[in-house]
Design a protein around this ligand. Sequence first.
Ligand SMILES: [Zn+2]
Length: 62
Amino acid sequence: MAHAPEHVEQYVCVNCQVTYAGSVTSEGGQRHFHPPDDCPVCGDPDFVQLESYVHRALEQST
Ligand SMILES: [Zn+2]
């Protein structure tokens, strides 16, 4: 099995909590990740990075 050293950024829809892998573009050897333009499920354009979402959820649960 090949390991996957590349970290793929994931984004969470703040409205319905569906998670998407970010789309990737490459500029000058640097990879950039982008959330979807809007959520295919609910149409909401607001996404947060998965890591930010986890921190937010933990803060709200305490
Ligand atoms: Zn959504």
